[in-house]
Design a binder for this molecule. Structure first.
Ligand code: BGC
Length: 774
């Protein structure tokens, strides 16, 4: 079919190519990217004014139906309301989601661009959460790297595969702060801390989008879920969040703001009620905060069916009311349901919404498409797609990042790295050889057949030197089905009788008894965390704990490798199992990365992005809390056990050992608005190269409101050679010392004395003070 000429109105002026060399990456030079570049370079990015003028000219030509079409996003994982071609041809859809067939994407794009009246390209969106076809560690693991450049690189690589498939929009990053590990979606975010969360949010936006929206081989980010979803009551997914203003401004909103400041082109409104008002009908969030306060000019998409479900909340009286309230609150595009399309014409007629409000929404969508370069280069090249998936470069990056994200929680007597004296290794566990489970949830475009299990990784690493004896020991299963079972599922249990299960359990113990060392790969199936994957218990599912305890009782050295995405109850293990390695869901190359870590080819350096509770009754147990009575005994808040976490926020070991000393500041006082240079000497006191994360915490001694005991305000991950000492300087930005005061209801930066600590986790003891002055 001959491509129809695009009207001159849609043309860019031909000017120089955007540089793609700005960001720095860990291992892959950016110029390597251009070798595989599949999308055309975009001329110099259009200014906001140019994009707006372009959109307004187009809007002037659009019918109401075409406008509402742009405001509708149709999922293609189930039959659409009308055939997809017809929707595209008639301008009845602005965006499709859940389609990953490159040829079909391109075909639909041709229909929209060549056959629709105004030739408006479609936006193809997808949940590119931690990889597209090549799967990287889950987002909570990326946060555990404490290395924003690793997160940026992972999302940049993910963007490249997605874009090569024709997808131009990722529903990520999820930047919801989460302090309750019962909530399954804790895996999709950066954990409990707004400072770490903000840095990870910015990095991921840059990874997805590149330096600017429209960069070749990149896609638009969609920051989600605005806002407060991570505080779901009781950790129960989708339930209401009740968040004080103080916590909202100081804890939950900062990562969103950081992501938007980093240039994110879109944002997704959340499902749940925030303080009694649904986030998708919440004008305070979607207008007052987003547009007025933050001056956001990008587009807002609702979460899945969240417009329609405004009635479920007991908020809207019917579908029309839902459409009206979502639009008037600030939603531009409706995901998956069609209330906008079906109900806004009558609502406009009745004066319940204005044409200006509809035009605003359409303008935001067209501007995004324009900035993405879709009016100029709407197509991808499906003939190249397959060759750009799971390339050796993608694999190498995925493997490296998976070693950087692992957190070593315990290594008694330096059992790890494994000594070469171990000639027979037992590998036990339901997750040790499961291809889907090493990938984690939210990787629907990933192919389990691409992934390397721990068994495969160990075989590759050890077959020449040791024997591996493998069996599952136990099987695990979700009690209720997962919403993703049809698209992506873990292997089903094969043992059906108690006798079979008993035999297998004892077979595992026999293998351990025949071995010099045993590695148990336990945790959760990938479907046990993620959306609609909340839990009321944090115990290891099924009979894994019994297996672990029986394994330890053999007297053999035991290594516990966890595959999961939330803190679990490992309190017994923390005292009785010599090694605990939190590998998270490490992705396609996970098995190789775990072999690298166990063997010592790589050295763990990740740190917890969330405090690890000792008991489930401690939740929430985030470190940045306020203290009141009896501060000298902060860990005695319960009479029946410690109120200290099992592992503190920021914690993680290495095969190397480090000291952090000589904390010093450039001056004892710092002026509000400027930056304080903080230096500290970090020494690798071992004979092994390794990474340490230097973490800076502050405490404001007095203020207009109570101030948290500690707040993370800076960090850097450094690689040190054996016995190397390095002076690390971190710029502490005084703007990060400001907070939203529940007394004044304003942001304030309050002069006074601050404590400052530097060290390896939130219990850091190296201390000094400084004064913030006007
Ligand atoms: C999730 C979003 C996701 C959307 C599309 C929703 O159920 O909450 O995070 O982007 O589905 O898959």
């Amino acid at each position: 079919m001959r491509a129809r000429a695009i009207p001159s109105l849609l043309m860019f002026s031909a000017v120089a190519i955007v540089s793609i060399g700005a960001a720095t990456y860990i291992s892959v030079p950016r110029n390597a990217v251009s070798a595989h570049q599949v999308t055309q370079p975009l001329p110099i990015p259009p200014s906001d004014a140019e994009a707006r003028a372009f959109a307004d000219k187009l809007i002037a030509k659009m019918t109401l139906a075409e406008k509402l079409g742009q405001m509708t996003q149709v999922p293609l994982n189930s039959p659409p309301p009308r055939p997809a071609d017809e929707l595209a041809r008639t301008g009845s859809v602005g965006s499709f989601l859940f389609i990953t067939d490159a040829a079909e994407i391109n075909r639909l794009q041709h229909v929209a661009v060549e056959q629709s009246r105004l030739h408006i390209p479609l936006l193809f969106g997808y949940d590119v959460i931690h990889g597209f076809r090549t799967i990287y560690p889950v987002p909570i693991a990326l946060a555990a790297s404490w290395d924003p450049s690793a997160a940026e690189q992972a999302q940049s690589m993910a963007a490249r595969e997605a874009r090569a498939t024709g997808i131009q929009w990722a529903f990520a990053p999820m930047v919801d702060i989460a302090r309750d590990p019962r909530w399954g979606r804790i895996m999709e975010g950066a954990g409990e801390d707004p400072f770490l969360g903000s840095r990870m949010a910015e990095a991921q936006v840059k990874g997805f989008q590149g330096a600017t929206l429209g960069e070749p081989d990149h896609i638009m980010a969609c920051v989600k879920h605005f806002a407060g979803y991570g505080a779901a009551s009781g950790g129960r997914d989708y339930e209401e969040s009740n968040i004080s203003d103080e916590q909202l401004w100081n804890v939950y909103l900062p990562p969103f703001h950081a992501a938007l400041e980093a240039g994110a082109g879109s944002i997704m409104s959340a499902y749940m009620d925030l303080n009694g008002v649904p986030a998708t009908g919440n004008r305070f969030l979607l207008h007052d905060v987003l547009r007025d306060d933050w001056n956001f000019h990008g587009m807002v998409v609702s979460d899945w069916a969240a417009v329609k479900s405004l009635t479920t909340h007991g908020f809207s009286k019917d579908d029309t009311d839902a459409a009206v309230r979502a639009l008037n609150a600030g939603v531009d595009m409706e995901m998956s349901t069609t209330n906008f399309q079906d109900k806004l014409p009558a609502a406009l007629h009745q004066g319940l919404v204005t044409e200006a409000a509809i035009n605003n929404a359409v303008r935001n969508i067209l501007i995004a498409k324009y900035k993405l370069g879709l009016f100029k280069n709407p197509y991808s090249d499906p003939s190249k797609t397959a060759s750009l998936m799971v390339t050796p470069e993608q694999r190498a990056t995925a493997r490296k990042i998976a070693t950087q994200t692992a957190v070593l929680l315990r290594d008694q007597d330096n059992l790890l790295p494994l000594s070469s004296k171990y000639k027979t290794i037992a590998l036990i566990g339901p997750l040790a050889d499961s291809k889907p489970d090493i990938m984690g949830s939210w990787c629907l475009a990933g192919h389990p057949s691409d992934s390397v299990t721990v068994l495969e990784g160990l075989h590759k690493r050890y077959d020449a030197t040791a024997k591996i004896l493998y069996t599952k020991g136990v099987e695990i299963e979700r009690e209720q089905p997962s919403i993703f079972d049809e698209q992506f599922s873990s292997p089903k249990p094969t043992m059906t009788t108690d006798a079979e299960r008993d035999t297998e359990f004892h077979h595992a113990l026999d293998l351990i008894n025949q071995s010099d060392v045993a590695i148990l790969v336990l945790g959760e199936l990938q479907s046990m965390s993620g959306e609609r994957a909340s839990r009321s218990s944090l115990d290891l599912p099924g009979k894994q704990e019994q297996l672990l305890e029986a394994a330890v009782a053999t007297g053999k050295p035991i290594v516990l490798v966890l595959l999961n995405a939330r803190p679990l109850n490992i309190t017994w293990a923390s005292k009785n199992v010599p090694v605990i390695l939190e590998a998270w869901y490490p992705g396609t190359e996970g098995g190789n990365a775990i072999a690298d870590l166990l063997s010592g080819d790589a050295n763990p350096g990740g740190k917890l992005p969330v405090a690890w509770p000792l008991t489930i009754g401690q939740i929430p147990i985030n470190y940045g809390r306020n203290l009141t009575q009896i501060p000298e005994a902060p860990n005695t808040r319960y009479w029946d056990g410690s109120s200290a976490p099992l592992y503190p926020f920021g914690y993680g070991l290495s095969y190397s050992t480090f000291t952090t000393t000589n904390l010093r500041i450039a001056a004892p006082t710092v002026h509000a608005g400027s930056t304080l240079q903080v230096s500290v000497d970090v020494q690798n006191t071992s004979n092994r190269a390794g990474d340490e994360v230097v973490e800076l915490y502050t405490h404001q001694r007095a203020g207009s409101a109570s101030r948290p005991v500690r707040e993370l305000k800076g960090f850097v991950r450094v690689s040190l050679k054996p016995n190397e000492t390095r002076t690390v300087t971190i710029a502490l930005n005084t703007k990060d010392l400001g907070f939203w005061s529940p007394q004044t209801h304003h942001w304030s930066m309050e002069p006074g004395t601050f404590d400052l600590w530097a060290g390896t986790d939130e219990t850091a003891t190296t201390h000094t003070t400084f004064d913030l002055v006007p």
